[in-house]
Write a protein that binds this ligand. Structure first.
Ligand code: NAD
Ligand code: MG
Length: 340
């Protein structure tokens, strides 16, 4: 049975009486640190000396220290560094300072599940993984709302691991929306599968394939952009509010007929078979191994691919059109520096 937790299931005391170190001040880090502080919890942010985030965190009223310093100070250590950076920082700056009674927390199970971080038996190890980009975790919290999250306990040395993790989820506003209990294995495998097949990989490949098909056939690229990328947001908003049926209720009968007729031809048995293979590579660890090796080599394939993808014609067309629609708050990422 699926176990869900809401605000009324939580004893906030478990986190209110603990000191929390949030390591990293990126997408998730800034949201966790600020939400916890607003919930009345003692927080310190752990960063590298000279980190560009140091001044930004202090400007928002947070206390900042080096990672070893805040790990020593804290009862609960939430690791919100990039997953590929975590193993090295763990070995150098976290592990030597851990002591009995502390809780080590993550927002994604990758390093624990694939064994690239192996915490000592005397600490609790748990996860609160918001199912939303960090900026939404902060934004919704300030509006009095929250984002759903997954909770898991990997190691319960103190006997209080679940209570502390649940209270932490309360502190960042997730029990307002619902917290679902899972395992590190289930969270890691489904998260990777979802981002690869639908959310990131599937959807970008589908958009590019449809855009290229239209442009190759002589249609105007601007029109192809509106049709295959821009309008997707409007359709997804309908799915988000009322599921597949509400989207189909809102579009024309012709669109609905085309959906039933053509959808299964596009996402056919071949695609489903590929999805099973992709899931297999996640489950047997070969995807993780490949990504860890790519990082160890300095990301040659990844960096080249990132630049190449940013030069796709749909990106140039889209940039021009979005500049004419300031109301959608357009942003541009520099593909070389990977910054806004
Ligand atoms: P991020 O890339 O936005 O931020 C990481 C932060 O870590 C940086 O801002 C910096 O403060 C620090 N950092 C970067 N390199 C470092 C280094 N070499 N040494 C020390 N500090 C360094 O990361 P993120 O996307 O917030 O991801 C953090 C964790 O949250 C990951 O485990 C990720 O899987 C998980 N998560 C992220 C999201 C999301 O919305 N991005 C959603 C759910 C879970
Ligand atoms: Mg995810």
């Amino acid at each position: 049975m699926t176990r869900m937790y809401y605000d009324t299931d939580v004893s906030p005391q478990a986190i209110l009486e603990r000191k929390v170190a949030v390591l990293g001040f990126g997408s998730q880090g800034h949201a966790h640190a600020l939400n916890l502080k607003d919930s009345g919890i003692q927080v310190r942010v752990g960063l590298r000396p000279g980190s560009p985030s140091w001044d930004r965190a202090e400007a928002q009223g947070l206390t900042v220290g080096t990672i070893p310093d805040v790990v020593q100070w804290a009862d609960v250590v939430m690791v919100l560094l990039p997953d590929t950076v975590q193993p090295r920082v763990y070995t150098e700056a976290i592990e030597p300072h851990l002591r009995e009674g502390q809780t080590l927390m993550f927002a994604h199970g990758f390093n624990i599940h694939y064994g690239t971080i192996r915490p000592p038996a005397f600490v609790d190890v748990s996860m609160v993984a918001p199912k939303a980009p960090g900026h939404r975790v902060r934004e919704l919290f300030t509006q009095g709302a929250g984002t759903p999250a997954l909770l898991a306990v990997h190691q319960d040395a103190s006997g209080q691991a679940r209570d502390v993790a649940l209270a932490y989820a309360w502190g960042i506003g997730c029990t307002r929306a619902g917290v679902l209990e899972t395992t590190f294995k289930e969270e890691t495998e489904t998260d990777l599968f979802g981002e690869q097949t639908v959310l990131c990989g599937g959807v970008t490949a589908l958009i590019k394939a449809a855009f290229e098909t239209l442009v190759e056939a002589g249609y105007q690229p601007e029109l192809a952009y509106f049709e295959t990328l821009h309008e997707l947001k409007l359709i997804v908003d309908l799915l988000y509010r009322g599921g597949l049926t509400y989207m189909r209720y809102s579009v024309s009968d012709t669109a609905e007929y085309g959906d039933y007729k053509v959808g299964p031809r596009i996402i056919d048995e071949h695609v489903r078979q590929t999805m099973r293979e992709v899931l297999q590579a996640i489950q047997d660890g070969s995807f993780a191994r490949e990504w860890i090796e790519e990082n160890a080599k300095g990301r040659p394939w990844f960096n080249q691919k990132r630049r190449e993808e940013a030069r796709h014609p749909i990106e140039a067309v889209g940039r021009r059109l979005r500049r004419m629609m300031p109301f959608l708050d357009p942003v541009e990422v520099d593909p070389e520096r990977w910054e806004i």
